[in-house]
Every structure is written in structure tokens, then in C-alpha cells.
Design a protein around this ligand. Structure first.
Ligand SMILES: [Ca+2]
Length: 70
């Protein structure tokens, strides 16, 4: 959430979902890595998309991820 995306962001996002850290509105916006559902909701699927992006997995070369198979 600091301009570059790496595993630190995935850890932060997990902490946010667990309620142990709070995000600013901007951070929540940035955390919405999977927008397949077309909403602003941040959840487990966003962590998944973020990690897959960090790992440069097929279909996750860009963020936000929007699945074509939803
Ligand atoms: Ca999302």
C-alpha cells in the first residue's frame, strides 16, 4: 500500500481483515485487489489476488484483478 506491491502488503491486508490494524480510506481503496464482484468490498479474495500478483501468476499480471470467469 506504499506504491509498490509486495508480500508486506499481503500481510498488512490479512491483519486488516483480522481487525488488528486499521486502514485509511485510501488504503482500503488500494486493498481492493480483486474487483470481479464490481464492489468496494475488501475480503479474502483480495488477499488471494494480491498474493497471486506478487507471485506473478498467470492472469494476475495487473491489479485490480477482474476475473473473466466469474
Ligand atoms: Ca474486492
Amino acid at each position: 500500500m506504499d506504491g509498490k506491491v509486495d508480500l508486506v502488503d499481503a500481510v498488512l491486508l490479512n491483519k486488516f481483515l483480522a481487525g488488528t490494524v486499521t486502514f485509511t480510506d485510501q488504503q482500503v481503496t488500494n486493498a481492493n485487489c480483486d474487483q470481479t464482484d464490481g464492489t468496494d468490498t475488501v475480503g479474502e479474495e483480495d488477499t488471494t489476488a494480491l498474493i497471486r500478483f506478487v507471485l506473478n501468476m498467470e492472469g494476475y499480471q495487473t491489479l485490480p484483478h477482474i476475473s473473466e470467469n466469474a
